[in-house]
Design a protein around this ligand. Sequence first.
Ligand code: ASC
Length: 130
Amino acid sequence: HMDTDEPMQAYRQSYFNLVAMNFGPIGKMLKGEMEWDDAKVKMFASELGALGSMDVGRAFAPGTDKGTTRAKPGIWENKDDFTAKLNDMREALASLSTAAESGDKKAIGAAAGAAGKSCKSCHDEYKSKE
Ligand code: ASC
């Protein structure tokens, strides 16, 4: 939707969709809900590492709290805390990417757990349920 009048909202939703689409299958493989595939884990984790390198905080620019968004006002009221939580996620994605390169399933599980926690702690506080 490049013709949207809500470019930052669409931008960050696209970003988090990419995070979820790459993280979801790793979680399912770790839980045994999907067949383990080393090559796929490496590919998804490598993409998560790339996503973690992006400064997604810029997509929460002032004035983008309106419109098609589940982002709560607290994001703009507690910008430092929100940015710290975003950066926790970015670091967790970098660690997951490193763990996947090692091929060590235990390390991948631990890193994925930490990454999932970083998603959840931000959602609990800053993402509306509907
Ligand atoms: C996911 C996803 C999230 C996180 C979160 C982890 O796969 O879409 O938002 O993991 O559920 O607790």
